[in-house]
Write a protein that binds this ligand. Structure first.
Ligand SMILES: [Zn+2]
Length: 92
């Protein structure tokens, strides 16, 4: 059987998946959180950074899930395009 390196923890394993057995469980928990977020909390202007902060999923894992077939068609920007002038704090 082919020995692979787990994309999540870097451990070696042999399986058809891209992650090892331990990370497969962690992945499924994360994916469920992500699905819940997309269903309930996704808003206009939500970025990957927002999702990462709310769910605790790392950007690396988040990108991996979103690039997967399961989330095909889900397009979430990496960062907010902010209007710099809106962020200027007016001092009285
Ligand atoms: Zn792993």
């Amino acid at each position: 059987m082919e020995i692979k390196k787990c994309v999540r923890c870097g451990g070696f394993f042999s399986s058809e998946n891209e992650v090892c057995g331990i990370c497969e469980k962690k992945d499924s928990i994360d994916v469920n959180k992500l699905k819940g977020f997309l269903l309930e909390e996704l808003d206009v202007g939500t970025t990957k950074t927002d999702i990462s902060h709310s769910t605790g999923i790392t950007m690396k894992n988040l990108n991996r899930y979103l690039n997967g077939a399961e989330f095909k068609g889900v397009n979430i920007p990496e960062y907010k395009i902010e209007n710099v002038e809106d962020n200027v704090v007016t001092k009285v």
